[in-house]
Design a protein around this ligand. Sequence first.
Ligand SMILES: NC(=O)c1ccc[n+]([C@@H]2O[C@H](COP(=O)([O-])OP(=O)(O)OC[C@H]3O[C@@H](n4cnc5c(N)ncnc54)[C@H](OP(=O)(O)O)[C@@H]3O)[C@@H](O)[C@H]2O)c1
Length: 329
Amino acid sequence: MHAILCDNYGPVDTLRYAEIASPSPDTGEVLVKIHAAGVNFPDALLVQGLYQAKPQLPFVPGMEFCGEVVALGEGVNSPAIGQRVIGFNPHFGAFAEYTVAPVQCLYPVDSAISDSQAANLLCAHGTAQHALTQRAHLQPGEQVLVLGAAGGTGLAAVQIAKAMGASVIAAASTPGKCELAKTQGADHVINYAREDLKDRVREITHGAGVNVVYDPVGGDAFDTSCRVMARGGRLLVIGFASGRIPSLPVNLALVKEFSVVGVFWGNFVANDAAQSAANVAELLQWHREGKITVSVERSYPLAETAAALNHVVSRRVTGKVAITVSRAD
Ligand SMILES: NC(=O)c1ccc[n+]([C@@H]2O[C@H](COP(=O)([O-])OP(=O)(O)OC[C@H]3O[C@@H](n4cnc5c(N)ncnc54)[C@H](OP(=O)(O)O)[C@@H]3O)[C@@H](O)[C@H]2O)c1
C-alpha cells in the first residue's frame, strides 16, 4: 500500500510517500481501508518530535480517518465487513491506504457526513466537546472566550459552546478568521492582532470577565486570559500553537478564584471508552441536527500530506484540511 513515512523526527517536508506492506489486524483490532484522513496540528508536532508520544521510527503518522472495515482481528465480531466507520488511532498510521485500529476506537457513521468531514470530526470536535463538558462543566448562559477561534479545534469550540447554550466571544488574528467564527455562531469577535484582547473582553462582558476560556494557542493570549477570568472561571489548557508554553502567575488564580483545567482528549479516549463513545454519539447527533459542522477548507491527495501539514502549522488554515485517499467526496 501507499503511505506517508516518518523516517526521522524533523521538519514535515522530510516525510516520504512510500510503498510499504499493508498492516494486518492483531487481536482486538480492525483493518480499515481509508477513504480520507483528518489533519491536526498534533500530527505536525508528532513528526517533528515535539509531541507527548514518540513512536519508534520509522512510522506512519495520522491520528484520525474515515473508511470502511475490510478485516477483523481475533476476538472482534463487529463492526461488519464493509461498514463505514470513523476512527481515532492511538498508535497513529492514518496517512495510508490501510490502517489497523483498536475496535473501541472505531465508530460507525452513515452517509449524512462526507468522507473528508467525517475524517476530521473526532480530534477537533471531540477535544472541544470533552473540554467544555467533562472538564469545564459549561452551563447555558455562561460566557466563553475561544482563542484561535478559526483553527481546527477553536472553530469546533465555537460551535459546541453555542450548541450548549453559552455566549461565545471568538478571538482570531485576521478579519477573515473573525468572519468565519462569526458565521459559525460566535456572538462577538475580537481581532487580537489589532485590538487589545483584555480591553475588548472587559467591554463585551461589562467588566465581569468570562466564565470559561478555551485556549489552544498559549503564549501571550494565555497571559491575557488569566486577567479576564470571572470569579469561579475555568481556563481550559488545550495547546500551545503559538509555540510558547506559558507560566501561570498563581496569585491571579487566588485573587480571582479561577481554575486552570488541563485537557488531553487522547488520554480521555484511551481511559474512558464508555464516555468517549457517548460523546461521539452526541457529536453525530449534533451534526445531524445541524448544530455543528466540519469546515473543510481544502483537501490534499495522500502524496501531498506534507503540504497539508505545512498549511496547518503556518497559521494559514481556517477550519480543517483533509487527506483524500481511496475515494473522492
Ligand atoms: N489537548 C488536546 O487534547 C488537544 C487536541 C487537539 C489539539 N490540541 C492542540 O491545540 C492546538 C491547536 O490545534 P488545532 O488543530 O486547532 O490547530 P490549528 O487549526 O492550526 O489552529 C491553531 C490556531 O492557533 C493560532 N495560532 C497562534 N499562533 C500561531 C502560530 N505561531 N502558528 C500556528 N497557529 C497559531 C491560529 O489562530 P490565529 O491566527 O487566529 O491566532 C490558529 O488558527 C495545538 O497545539 C494542538 O496540539 C490539543
